[in-house]
Design a protein around this ligand. Sequence first.
Ligand code: FAD
Length: 455
Amino acid sequence: STTLLWFRRDLRLGDHPALLAAHDAAGPDGDVLPVFVFDDRLYGPSGEPRRRFLLDCLSALDEDLDGALVLRSGNPADVLPALVREVGATSVHISADAGPYGRRRDAAVEQALGDVPLARTGSPYLVTPGRVTKRDGSPFQVFSPFARAWREHGWRAPAHFPDGARWRTGVRSDDPPPAPELRGVVLPPAGERAGLAAWARFRDERLLGYAEGRNLPGTDGTSRLSAYLKYGCVHPRTLLADLAAQDDGGEAVRRYTDELAWRDFYADVLWHRPESAREYLKPELQGMGYDSGPDAEALVRAWETGRTGFPLVDAGMRQLLGEAYVHNRVRMIVASFLVKDLHQEWTRGARYFMQHLVDGDLASNQHGWQWVAGTGTDASPYYRVFNPITQGKKFDPDGTYVKRWVPELRDLDAEHVHEPWTAPGGIPAGYPEPVVDHAHERQVSLDRYARVRAG
Ligand code: FAD
């Protein structure tokens, strides 16, 4: 028989349990029809870098499928039952989605398919969201105990590629939507082979220095795998299986595993509390005061365009516009600046990030923002305000990162690059003065925080 493999955030052929399940269900004489559905509810609102990367991933996947990938457009709850009837498919196979929209959509598709089963096998995560709980069955609210339980739970071995897999061919495909033109944004090469190659380079050249290098935005210290993980060009299980096969790398491997645990943790939080994509995890901070009006808007515009006069913040925001990516430490610093120096609600920054990031992911992004804003899963008992100057001196000591993204500051030495207003010749031409006084805004933020906590 024919079975459908409905691709979503799993745009690869290797280590793909749902593909294996579709193949097994088709039987030795059957075939599998691979399909991707452009769902307007998801595709339309995605930022341009993500749309472009997705289209490129689909082209790469189609190439690996020898041209068998079928594209359809519309509401999956209409499109899939119609396709099932068209080809006489006996089952539809997916990797489970953990996000609020994806879960609703899959339930609607399941219902619309009637007697034809929708089989969920695997998920984009090491441990399927919702599986790791406290002993009493309640969800974890804090990362460290989650990560401990998550490691104890463990994950399955990578899935092999099915022997004798056959793809159904000759089925009509819709044209993909037009690719957005990216003006001046350089994206990584898309698809499974590119993702695995990026991984191999990181593993062989940079993994050993990861524990320290991951915090230094001026070095190429991290894996840059987030967009591949987001679209499932690579599964995290494949990466950890590969690391388990290395004889050495102790601390680096532990740190890298921890970062993948954060990804699973945030997906787990979103699974248990789907409303946390918009609402504060700490509702007591819901009444926090924010700034509005023309002056506040001008400051937000300075943040968006990398013209705040704070070098590390500006470098980060310009990296966002140049590569649709920002180094993790710098994401924390620019997010803190928007919320705690410019007094904007985290949801606004999260929206801007989702528009511009190629790895934009609802769980990691919204909860990354909530963590920085102090409304989320941060376990620390105090209100953390990042200082962009001391962070710059500590994590970009020679200013390599700042100078890469802020050419106006290229001639400053390490001593002045994070405080250009202290340079002997003054602020270099073309670079703005700081738009706010950090010490003052920090205090404003702390006061508002104290007020809202006091009720
Ligand atoms: P590496 O250091 O090589 O880490 C490997 C992988 O672990 C990453 O690819 C990612 O999948 C995962 N990971 C690492 N750090 C985190 C983290 N803090 N939270 C969740 N997963 C993590 N990550 C996204 O994938 N999409 C987002 O939209 C996103 N938005 C963020 C917004 C804010 C405000 C903050 C503070 C962080 C956000 N992150 C997001 C997490 C993190 O910044 C990126 O995953 C990381 O920078 C990607 O670079 P890398 O692949 O080189 O990371």
